[in-house]
Unconditional design. Structure first.
Length: 142
């Protein structure tokens, strides 16, 4: 069935890493939820960031989509671990596609993973900014 696919994509499809969810209300968790308009596939990728080191210490995904999207998100959760926000933003979908040897028609599946990482970082940063403004803003309530 899968003879046209590279072993890396089959491996991540058959044995996806880090499937699941983190608490999206946790202040240290960033959630990225993205969809591919072309096919309707949806990917949720979450990161947990360590306050002190600024590194991602946990990552989970749930993907409603094709095998390449599942493999891309599985790989993404492995690649983001141990990295800082700036470092994960350099992860390119082309690297994911290359590692999984995705055919050109499946490039948008890896794009979903890059978008999901970016969305998770954005969510985490927004939470941080909000938390900081709550700390620094004077509280006039009695
Ligand atoms: Fe749309 Fe793979 S076919 S994400």
């Amino acid at each position: 069935v899968a003879r046209h696919y590279h072993e890396n994509v089959i491996d991540h499809y058959e044995n996806p890493r880090n499937v699941g969810s983190l608490d999206k209300n946790d202040p240290n968790v960033g959630t990225g939820l993205v969809g591919a308009p072309a096919c309707g596939d949806v990917m949720k990728l979450q990161i947990r960031v360590d306050d002190d080191s600024g590194q991602i210490i946990d990552a989970r995904f749930k993907t409603f989509g094709c095998g390449s999207a599942i493999a891309s998100s599985s790989l993404a959760t492995e690649w983001v671990r141990g990295k800082t926000m700036n470092e994960v933003l350099t992860i390119k979908n082309t690297e994911i596609a290359k590692h999984l040897s995705l055919p050109p028609v499946k490039l948008h599946c890896s794009m979903l993973a890059e978008d999901a990482i970016k969305a998770a970082v954005k969510d985490y940063m927004a939470k941080r900014a909000k938390a900081n403004s709550l700390i620094t803003k004077p509280n006039y309530k009695e």
